[in-house]
Design a binder for this molecule. Structure first.
Ligand code: DC
Length: 229
């Protein structure tokens, strides 16, 4: 285990299905740090908005919904699950309907403000690995070590497709559909007005295309070691 002189915040940002969650989880486990999946938080709000049939232009209703929303993470059989208003919705947030709407919801400023505040609250005690899109740029611009993860569109689509296939009962799921969803999300995530997906100036780049999981983990741990020396 790494001997850390202070409480560290590790930011891992990147594109959808770039492999950042896997790296972030592995790093957290290795360092005995907490892990925060901020994408799951945007998915949880999207799930709730869809469930209540709220129009994405209706800011008053969205604000009312946020005012009555609690988000927590708890360990379920050793896995980190997200709880929305005390209900485990880990499976629900990975469904395609949520995936198809989450980027749109993530452009809404009041949603971002609500979640960024919560993420800062959870992260401030340190020794945490956070994965998302804007951790190193907006949530914790002073994070101790920042990474930006990427991989080709084809590889990302293949990974997400396998993941969805393993989890869902949808026999009609097509890889083309998953790829189209990624293209759409990349575009919205990168072009949105409020905290768009961009590489922090001091982020370390990782292209996971031709790296095994072990190589990715070793690379990240080595960089963290170098940085905190
Ligand atoms: O990492 P993910 O695919 O689960 O993220 C789902 C969506 O949430 C993604 O399309 C963009 C948004 N998101 C964001 O805007 N900011 C974050 N810190 C994390 C996710």
């Amino acid at each position: 285990m790494l001997k850390t002189p202070r409480k560290l915040i590790i930011a891992i940002d990147g594109f959808s299905s770039s492999g950042k969650s896997t790296i972030a989880k592995d790093v957290a486990k290795n360092l005995h740090f907490k892990y925060l999946d901020t994408g799951a938080m945007y998915r949880a709000i999207t799930y709730k908005i869809l469930k209540h049939n709220i129009d994405l232009q209706d800011m008053q209703s969205i604000q009312n919904l946020l005012d009555k929303t609690s988000i927590d993470f708890k360990l379920v059989k050793g896995e980190n699950h997200i709880f929305l208003d005390d209900v485990d919705i880990e499976d629900k947030i990975r469904e395609l309907e949520v995936a198809n709407n989450v980027s749109e919801v993530s452009t809404i400023q009041i949603v971002r403000e609500f979640l960024v505040k919560l993420q800062q609250e959870i992260g401030k005690s340190g020794n945490i690995v956070m994965d998302g899109r804007d951790i190193g740029t907006v949530v914790f611009p002073n994070a101790d070590v920042k990474f930006f993860v990427s991989a080709s569109l084809k590889t990302r689509a293949k990974r997400r497709f396998e993941e969805l296939k393993a989890k869902s009962n949808d026999k009609n799921l097509k890889i083309e559909e998953v790829e189209a969803n990624l293209v759409k999300r990349d575009k919205i995530d990168s072009e949105r007005k409020h905290s768009p997906l961009k590489v922090a100036e001091d982020a370390i780049l990782i292209d996971t295309e031709n790296m095994t999981k072990q190589e990715q983990l070793n690379f990240v741990l080595e960089k963290i070691n170098e940085k905190i020396k």
